[in-house]
Design a protein around this ligand. Structure first.
Ligand code: FES
Length: 175
């Protein structure tokens, strides 16, 4: 039985490999291989390598979709209205009670980052659709709010949050 971490290359592994290549040949000749080796290839990303996402092109009110481990990840730059709506909800009335604050990173309240897979039967919900300014799943009508919490329909749980961290004010690392 292997552990879950042993099969997954880490950022440190890439740095180590890249450093080894530089030591073997001249620094000028290896400048490009160093850069290319530090970007994991598609198969490595599919296997679970973290991905870096620059949030700066995403304007207020926009949502984009990226893929991590083959899963769609929605990144939404929420408007003040969306944040206010999410925070005005009586949490106890929710099917899967969670505060909005628990679903975003402190100090980065406008950024909602969720795995875009419906918790009912796995369809991909559509952003900015439905009655709650969040997500609508066209398969059986589940509706999620601007915090990605289930509000209506058969889905039993909120949209899951991927592991991520802010590495700068407008940069995140997912995974
Ligand atoms: S899969 Fe989304 S509502 Fe059924």
């Amino acid at each position: 039985m292997t552990t879950s971490t042993s099969a997954e290359p880490t950022r440190r592994d890439f740095l180590y490999i890249a450093t080894g290549a530089v030591a073997g040949v001249g620094a000028v000749a290896t400048a490009w291989p160093l850069i290319s080796q530090m970007n994991p290839d598609a198969s490595t990303i599919a296997a679970g390598a973290p991905i870096d996402v620059d949030l700066s092109p995403i304007t207020e009110g926009q949502a984009i979709k990226v893929f991590w481990r083959g899963k769609p990840i929605y990144i939404m730059n929420r408007t003040k209205k969306q944040i206010e709506e999410a925070r005005a909800v009586n949490v106890a009335s929710l099917p899967d009670p969670q505060t909005d604050q628990a679903r975003v990173k402190e100090g980065h309240d406008q950024w909602l980052i969720v795995i875009g897979i419906c918790t009912h039967l796995g369809c991909i919900p559509i952003a900015h659709e439905g009655n709650y300014d969040g997500f609508f799943c066209p398969c059986h009508g589940s509706q999620y709010d601007s915090s990605g919490r289930i509000r209506q329909g058969p889905a039993p749980a909120n949209l899951p949050l991927p592991p991520y961290a802010f590495t700068a004010d407008t940069k995140i690392k997912i995974g």
